[in-house]
Design a protein around this ligand. Structure first.
Ligand code: HEM
Length: 187
């Protein structure tokens, strides 16, 4: 089975920059992007939930809830995208991977959909929800799944920002000395 680590099958693996995957937009080694993406993802889910709740109950509370949820998802999506863009620009091993570009394109499509959904709700008020607000929030759910899936692949398959040796699952931490067990000294 050809391996992406083998330069014979993946010429990019011969380039040292391919293996440079350490996060540059990080706080104490924790990638900021991974911390921020929870907010737009939650906002997309909250918008879809509020739309279904309005469809079910006709209570205008849910119209306002979806307006705020979609606005929050858009604002936090833009902030999260900036941190992701920073990783693309400053981490050579990230921008060399097709998976990073698939993720970035899906994420930008998502931000476009969420922004359109928010603008439509601002403009139309209660009339925005049925049917087009609901349609946009369901499309947003599908696209957040695609973008999140590709983002997860970057971390779990390619080890982007995990401070591990690239694509082999080996810890970057030094091995404990031979005279120790589970990191504790035997003496
Ligand atoms: C709303 C927009 C976005 C969402 C919801 C999103 C979602 C995600 C998720 C779920 C992960 C996996 C994090 C983890 O499991 O730790 C991830 C990683 C990543 N994303 Fe995004 N992303 C967005 C925008 C972007 C954009 C626009 C770019 C690049 C231009 C980008 C680049 C990256 C990179 C480089 C990683 C891996 C390293 C890291 O976590 O910093 N993302 N993203």
């Amino acid at each position: 089975m050809p391996s992406s680590k083998d330069p014979a099958h993946n010429p990019s693996a011969a380039d040292p920059a391919w293996h440079d995957l350490d996060s540059r937009i990080a706080v104490a080694g924790h990638p900021v992007h991974a911390m921020l993406v929870a907010f737009p993802i939650a906002g997309v889910f909250a918008t879809a939930f509020a739309d279904v709740a309005y469809w079910w109950t006709s209570d205008p509370f849910w119209v306002r809830a979806a307006l705020w949820a979609s606005g929050g998802a858009f604002a936090m999506g833009c902030v999260a995208a900036l941190s992701g863009l920073g990783e693309m620009v400053f981490v050579p091993g990230v921008r060399r991977r097709a998976a990073a570009w698939s993720h970035a394109v899906a994420a930008m499509v998502l931000i476009g959909i969420v922004g359109a959904s928010w603008a439509w709700r601002l403009q139309e008020g209660q009339a925005a929800v049925l049917p087009w607000g609901l349609v946009l929030s369901w499309i947003g759910l599908a696209v957040v799944g695609i973008a999140g899936w590709h983002g997860g692949k970057l971390v779990f398959e390619h080890q982007v920002g995990t401070a591990m040796a690239p694509e082999d699952g080996a810890a970057a931490e030094p091995e404990p000395p031979a005279s120790s067990m589970n990191g504790k000294s035997l003496s």
